[in-house]
Write a protein that binds this ligand. Structure first.
Ligand code: AMP
Ligand code: GLY
Length: 430
């Protein structure tokens, strides 16, 4: 079978790498892809939101399955468009992708389904939101734009003044455009964040091992929010019993509520959770694999990913054999451009990739790279996700950073403490 993967980041490189290992796969294409996907698959120069051209490509190249990486094409209805053209595609339809596309839709669904989440209020304009802030106690809150804003529309505020400023930026200055037509103000939660990803065909749920992301730019979780500076899996914070509780209290009621609301959910359901003193609470849902969580998770998957995704699309996940996982741990360290998550330059030649590839149990996934005259150059804020397996989180971390040390370009940097949180929680338990 030929497979098409839509997207161009580290997540899509990991998907292409894993899918290529399937004995049933003939050719793997990535649209538009990057310099890394060109090594493990074949790049196709079509944007991830150009549905007519993607459909034509799928029809002309005998594509048996299309896999969508990022949220934007999903919320724009790529799955509906492909399904109408009688093409098989993995991901939720537009109506179900609202779970990520609209934070108001998500919060209302959680409330109706009795899924634990923080208390919240929704406002249709900045005036009402500002009045609300003035009239309530001056407590820490989180202010969010309703729609997609590449992770930038969320403001974690310590004071009323900060919250009022956030409301102004979202509601009055319209910094996020129409994504700010509705504003959410919610209770600020404390605890550690965990990502629990599950694959569902709308009825059966297959939970993947938990992972932890590192959202802040700098060491010790300081600095601005990013798309994610590194991840590891499994997350020792979540044991079997806790994972079971999350399935029962979070995933199952969500999937049922989507079905009852006539938006059956098929694809990856990614719960961003805060582990609070009162138990796990949902911060947000994503409707796709996390980036970089996807990289360590897929490094550990031993089963054929194509079997899992096909069973989901065809609605018989129930019949699938339990997934097999490498018992080892995986750690993924993101190497970024100077200036990220702010502005940065592109086009710096990357050296040492061959050397890094020789380190055992390491895979360098490309996030933002391009190939220019046969040379791999930087082409994004997050450039590489250097991922390693090890007998413990500590060994995997050491291996990943050994590979990181081989790689150089002008302005390259990374966090030095990826996965230390896991080590801390293990020590604490002992
Ligand atoms: P979201 O896109 O809604 O997940 O928000 C992005 C990030 O903001 C999350 O990963 C958290 O770090 C933080 N965040 C969001 N909501 C809350 C909350 N209610 N309390 C504390 N932190 C939050
Ligand atoms: N790692 C966070 C995300 O994929 O949204």
């Amino acid at each position: 079978m030929n497979v098409l993967i839509v997207g161009n980041g580290g997540r899509e490189h990991a998907l292409a790498w894993k899918i290529s290992q399937s004995a049933r796969v003939k050719r793997v294409f990535v649209a538009p892809g990057n310099a890394g996907t060109a090594l493990d698959a074949e790049n196709v120069d079509i944007s991830s939101t150009d549905f007519p051209r993607l459909i034509k490509f799928a029809q002309q190249n005998d594509i048996g399955l299309t896999i969508v990486g990022p949220e934007l094409p999903l919320t724009k209805g790529i799955v509906d468009a492909f399904t109408e053209a009688k093409l098989r595609i993995f991901g939720p339809r537009k109506a179900a992708a609202e779970l990520e596309g609209s934070k108001v839709f998500c919060k209302d669904l959680l409330r109706h389904a009795d899924v634990p989440t923080s208390d919240y209020q929704v406002f249709r304009n900045a005036d009402n939101a500002t009045t609300y802030l003035k009239e309530r106690e001056d407590v820490p809150v989180v202010v969010k734009a309703d729609g997609l804003a590449s992770g930038k529309g969320v403001f974690v505020c310590a004071t009323r003044a900060e919250a009022t400023e956030a409301v102004k930026r979202i509601g009055r200055n319209k910094e996020f455009g129409d994504a700010g037509n509705q504003i959410i103000i919610e209770e600020r939660l404390d605890g550690q964040e965990v990502s629990v990803l599950a694959i569902t065909d709308g009825r059966t749920i297959v939970t993947l091992p938990p992972a932890q992301d590192h959202k802040r730019a700098y060491d010790n979780d300081t600095g601005p929010n990013t798309g994610g500076m590194g991840a590891y899996s499994p997350a020792p914070l979540i044991d079997e019993a806790m994972l079971h509780l999350i399935e029962e209290q979070v995933l199952v009621p969500t999937v049922h509520a989507m079905k009852r609301g006539r938006r059956p959910f098929k694809g990856v359901l990614y719960a961003g959770l805060m582990m609070t003193n009162q138990g796990p609470k949902v911060l947000e849902y994503n409707v796709r694999f996390g980036d970089p969580e996807c990289q360590p998770i897929l490094m550990r998957l031993q089963s054929d990913l194509l079997d899992v995704l096909e069973a989901t699309v065809d609605g018989h996940l129930e019949e699938l054999e339990p997934l097999r996982w490498d018992p080892r741990s995986a750690v993924s360290v993101v190497m970024a451009s100077e200036g990220y998550p702010g502005t940065y330059e592109r086009g710096f030649p990357i050296r040492g990739l061959d050397e890094a590839a020789k380190i055992p149990d390491v895979k360098v996934f490309h996030s933002g790279t391009a190939s220019v005259d046969g040379q791999v150059v930087t082409n994004g804020g997050r450039v590489l996700a250097v991922t390693a397996l090890g007998s413990s989180i500590g060994t995997a971390k050491l291996q990943a950073y050994t590979a990181v040390k081989c790689i150089r370009w002008k302005g390259a940097w990374c966090r030095k403490d990826i996965s230390d949180r896991a080590l801390a929680s293990v020590n604490f338990d002992n």
